[in-house]
Design a protein around this ligand. Structure first.
Ligand code: HAM
Length: 426
């Protein structure tokens, strides 16, 4: 029998899972620093949430959704992204009544039926924020700066590219001009792009095929069509980013695979990752909330793809493991080890001991493998003398600690270790 995790999914095992937890903690505590609060959403929605939110003609909705019927015949979809769900929840719970802007963050798995390759999976995790309720460039700048800070705190060198995709005033003129141009070049385009001319011509700008790339080189530029308001908006976002010392590049052909964007769009790239080099992406979406029946409410946000961040090899300095391994010699000591572990855990100290009736030597090897900073030894002498032998696993120094003092002593030594650890990582 060959049972494996489904294609395009992966198991994250310890110790990797610990790096993942740390990565998510770094992100979420940074988001909290900027005033974002967590929203926890279902991982499935009624299919129309994505069809309407992301756009009927996008690749995601056309080809990549995991969609199924519930027993009542209603179509459900595993979320391919979270922004549509956030907007749906915002409208459903009338979150605007709490006052604007509403600043939310989320984390969790997303699902897209794509052809798996390095950096592209069918189940992947995102960490994202949405700032809902402000049309102003300071909101765009805040989320971009926050996104950049996330990468900086991981010591990742990323490239920020930014563009404006215009709004309902100016984009239709551009789309018309682009269509005309693409129709004149239809022979050079791939199958997919030929179909896109009618339904979603902007997506052609993003096609990775060589022939399409050549056509795109000669396409009219959206920049030439932006209305005054969109130009000013972009200019101001760029000024704010510049004032904050952010490096970025204006990328005139940057478009996104989701239809809800207006004005600002951006991506954070890690060029060494090859084809799947966007570690995070986002932008402004001023009409999505209305799409779900809410009042006109402009918004902006981003999502970070955590698998790709991991591939980029972030600096994740985990705190030292804390706790104690209890080594027991003899049956009576084993019972004592069990009881001692319970006591320590009740006081909030991680404690481990042997469950496999191993020899003292093998237990010492196990203590090493588990990697806790202290080992507490209970043998006949310790039992009769009313003390424990406490070994510092790093220095190898072992001393006696009175039974009654052990809890305080362990707490003190663990706190000391914590302090040393934090001054070492500064
Ligand atoms: P997105 O560009 O579709 O935007 O995805 C954001 C990030 O998720 C990508 O840059 C990438 O790092 C990661 N990602 C996407 N697809 C995959 C995949 N198949 N495998 C691994 N990683 C992937 C959004 O999802 C929008 N909701 C962003 C946003 C938030 N816009 C406004 N607010």
């Amino acid at each position: 029998m060959d049972i494996r995790a489904p294609k395009g999914t992966m198991d994250i095992l310890p110790p990797d899972s610990e790096r993942w937890r740390l990565l998510q903690e770094i992100g979420t505590s940074l988001f909290q620093l900027y005033g974002y609060r967590e929203i926890i959403l279902p991982i499935m929605e009624y299919t129309e949430v994505f069809a309407r939110g992301i756009g009927e003609s996008t690749d995601i909705v056309q080809k990549e959704m995991f969609t199924f019927e519930d027993k009542g015949g209603r179509s459900l979809t595993l979320r391919p992204e979270a922004t549509a769900g956030v907007a749906r929840a915002f409208v459903q719970h009338r979150l605007e009544t709490e006052g604007l802007p509403v600043k939310l963050y989320y984390q969790g798995p997303m699902f897209r039926h794509e052809r798996p390759q390095a950096g592209r999976y069918r189940q992947f995790r995102q960490l994202g924020v949405e700032l809902i309720g402000s049309p102003h460039p300071s909101a765009d700048a805040e989320v971009i700066i926050l996104n950049q800070r996330f990468f900086a705190s991981l010591d990742l060198d990323v490239e920020l590219v930014i563009n404006s995709v215009g709004d309902e005033q100016c984009r239709p003129d551009y789309v018309r001009a682009l269509k005309e141009y693409l129709e004149s070049q239809v022979k050079e385009l791939c199958e997919d792009c030929r179909r896109r001319i009618d339904k979603n011509p902007l997506r052609v700008l993003d096609c990775k095929k060589e022939g399409c790339g050549r056509v795109v080189q000669g396409a009219p530029s959206l920049q030439d069509f932006l209305c005054r308001e969109c130009k000013e908006h972009l200019h101001e976002v760029e000024e704010l980013l510049g004032d904050s010392g952010l490096d970025f590049k204006r990328e005139e052909r940057l478009v996104r695979g989701l239809d809800y964007y207006t004005r600002t769009v951006f991506e954070f790239l890690e060029p060494s990752l090859g084809a799947q080099n966007a570690l995070a992406a986002g932008g402004r979406y001023d009409h999505l909330i209305e799409e779900f029946g809410g009042k006109p409410t402009p918004a902006v946000g981003f999502s970070i793809g955590l698998e790709r961040v991991m591939l980029a090899n972030p600096q994740l300095q985990s705190g030292l493991e804390e706790g104690v391994y209890i080594l027991a010699i003899g049956d009576e000591a084993r019972r004592k080890a069990f009881e001692t572990a319970s006591g320590l855990r009740a006081s909030g100290i991680r404690a481990d001991f042997d469950h496999l009736l191993r020899s003292p030597k093998a237990q010492m090897r196990e203590a090493d493998r588990v990697g806790l900073p202290f080992c507490m030894i209970i043998g006949e002498e310790e039992l009769s003398g009313g003390y424990y032998s406490l070994r510092d696993m790093r220095s190898g120094i072992q001393d006696k600690v009175e039974k009654t003092d052990i809890l305080d002593e362990l707490k003190r030594r663990l706190a000391e270790g914590r302090q040393e650890g934090s001054s070492r990582s500064e």
